[in-house]
Design a protein around this ligand. Structure first.
Ligand code: GLY
Length: 260
């Protein structure tokens, strides 16, 4: 559904974390996650999605894939099509298994990224009908080119950005509709983002850049007061959610769901 230029979401897909979560990929900067606390935080995250008006579809845990709760990376969902990705991290490849079948209930058109292309959709940011794709350690140029080809087939467009420091594009930036772009670090001065009204996230709160717009509300990680003020001053209702256990695995709010 589209209101003005903003796509309103009606559903979200999430995956319950498994016990294997503690073996997920991590830069190791924030310790090891506590599984039980992660489960509580995941349930609170689902409540926040519901508060934004979404029907939440919950997939069961996948113990074979410790990072599988970061479901955003395995598919790009757009109104006319879904693209099942091919994650760049070898330990995450199998997370896409079964996704096509799950998405078939909601999307008529489903495409797939194939070798030599790799894509993790945390590297893709939707701005209306345009999609910015970060080429990163996980998403390569061949994968980005496949995404752009599929988007073009459906009347959408895409362009490539090179990332310098962050894991995924949306680790450091988030589009909040209405031309407002939350940006931290390397994204604050990015020439490709010059046309946006930049909501600057300070260095000591960089984690808060991974926030999500859902139907005029913004989910922000708990504990980042300056960022909260910045987003509120731009006119948004903020819901804060504690995702500290997922931060330990370099994941955040956007990574934990697929919104459509
Ligand atoms: N731990 C999330 C990732 O590295 O993909």
């Amino acid at each position: 559904m589209v209101r003005g230029k903003s796509t309103l979401f009606t559903k979200a897909l999430v995956r319950t974390p498994g016990r294997s979560l503690i073996h997920g990929l991590t830069s190791g900067k924030h310790g090891i996650p506590d599984f039980h606390r992660a489960l509580v935080q995941h349930a609170e995250y689902i409540n926040a999605l519901r508060e934004c008006g979404l029907e939440v579809l919950v997939l069961k845990e996948d113990e074979d894939h410790p990072d599988s709760t970061f479901i955003e990376d395995v598919a790009l969902l757009t109104p006319p099509l879904a693209i099942v990705t091919n994650p760049g991290a070898p330990s995450r490849r199998g997370e896409t298994e079964g996704m096509k079948e799950i998405l078939a209930a909601y999307f008529e058109s489903i495409e797939e990224i194939c070798e030599p292309g790799t894509v993790e959709a945390g590297d893709i940011m939707m701005v209306g009908t345009h999609f910015y794709i970060g080429v990163s350690e996980r998403t390569n140029k061949a994968g980005a080119a496949q995404v752009i080809g599929y988007l073009n087939k459906h009347g959408l467009s895409g362009s490539i950005l090179t990332l310098e420091k962050v894991l995924h594009l949306k680790t450091g930036t988030a589009y909040l509709e209405h031309n407002n772009l939350v940006a931290s670090g390397e994204f604050i001065e990015k020439p490709e983002f010059r046309q946006f009204n930049i909501l600057r996230i300070e260095r000591d709160e960089e984690y808060a850049a991974n926030c999500i717009w859902i139907n005029e509300k913004v989910l922000l990680p708990k504990g980042y007061p300056k960022s909260r003020k910045t987003v509120e001053a731009a006119g948004y209702e903020v819901i804060d959610v504690d995702v500290s256990e997922f931060r330990a695995l370099d994941g955040g709010l956007s990574c934990l769901s697929l919104r459509f």
